[in-house]
Design a protein around this ligand. Structure first.
Ligand code: NAP
Length: 288
């Protein structure tokens, strides 16, 4: 799939630790090949304590045009960059960095990637309270996305009260006191009664885990108009989405978010439209 690597080849990549699970090389190299560009996208395994050395060191390698960041680097990278876009500041996390005039510019494409599959749905978002399960890095992007949708209130549910308090403080200051509330796991049934969208931003239900973030009984509480969104993309569908579909709800899995955040990142690096269908097919083929 990867064409010849020449003396002129430009480099993109993904920094993470571990990074071997990343599907980004699959979709980006497929798109690069389809566009016939002299680029290559590679994994960069970088341990937490090496991140600042890596960010500074990669700047010296002129062929490196940009990179993605995945767990555990999305937050810690912020102070290491020369500039951060308003959306990345609002989320408090960067997943894409581009070299511009030898400066590292960071942005966040997870928010737009999350929103893309929702654009096709007819919803009166002003009347759609959001319930987000989990308060990790992905939940931050989902909060910013729900704010952009216009959800009247955003409820975030977590299991660690200390972490939840910190999450609330950080996000309300970044999002300027938006109507964001945090709750313990036990509040879930009460929150679901009026939910417009419920989003699983935990790893519960990932490949090999047959658990669901909320029970079948709790799914039954959801209003008929509710949307069930799982950020997980393996397996497809998760047990959570299987139950939601059986209940007659609209269900969305994490694959479109993954594809769209990648396509938006590639557009950011290349300043051109990219073949998103090629990226989708490469991922589907890989996952199959
Ligand atoms: P993360 O930063 O590690 O956060 C995970 C969150 O889930 C934390 O709030 C954690 O709570 C909570 N959690 C974990 N296990 C739990 C359990 N058994 N019960 C209750 N809460 C639990 O991970 P992340 O980056 O936010 O990713 C979350 C999920 O989204 C993952 O499945 C990831 O693959 C997926 N994701 C998908 C995309 C996409 O493009 N589709 C993008 C990003 C992430 P504690 O803080 O208390 O541990």
């Amino acid at each position: 799939m990867i064409g010849s690597v020449l003396g002129t080849t430009k480099i993109l990549g993904v920094m993470g630790f571990p990074v071997s699970h990343s599907l980004s090389p699959v979709m980006h190299n497929a798109a690069i090949a389809a566009m016939g560009l002299d680029y290559v996208y590679v994994p960069f395994p970088i341990a937490v304590e090496q991140l600042s050395t890596a960010i500074a060191g990669l700047k010296a390698i002129q062929s490196i045009q940009g990179f993605n960041l995945t767990i555990p680097h999305k937050i810690e990278v912020l102070p290491l960059l020369d500039e951060v876009t308003p959306i990345a500041k609002a989320v408090g996390a960067v997943n894409t960095v581009k070299r511009v005039d030898d400066r590292w510019i960071g942005t966040n494409t997870d928010v737009a990637g999350f929103l893309e599959p929702l654009k096709q749905l007819q919803c009166d978002w002003k009347n759609m309270p959001a319930v987000i399960l989990g308060s990790g890095g992905a939940a931050k992007a989902v909060v910013a996305a729900c704010l952009e949708l216009g959800c009247p209130v955003i409820h975030v549910v977590g299991r660690d009260p200390k972490k939840m308090k910190k999450f609330h403080g950080t996000m309300t200051s970044q999002l300027h006191d938006y109507n964001l509330r945090v709750h313990p796991w036990a509040s879930i049934p009460h929150l679901l009664e009026v939910a417009g969208i419920v989003i699983n931003a935990t790893p519960i239900g990932m490949a090999g885990d047959l658990n669901t973030p909320i029970s079948e009984l709790e799914i039954a509480i959801l209003p008929d108009r509710a949307i069930a969104y799982d950020l997980i993309y393996t397996p497809r569908p998760t047990k959570f989405l299987q139950l939601a579909t059986a209940r007659g709800l609209r269900a969305i899995d994490g694959l479109e978010m993954l594809i769209n955040q990648g396509a938006i990142a590639l557009e950011f690096w290349l300043d051109r439209t990219v073949p998103i269908e090629t990226m989708r097919q490469a991922l589907l083929q890989h996952l199959a």
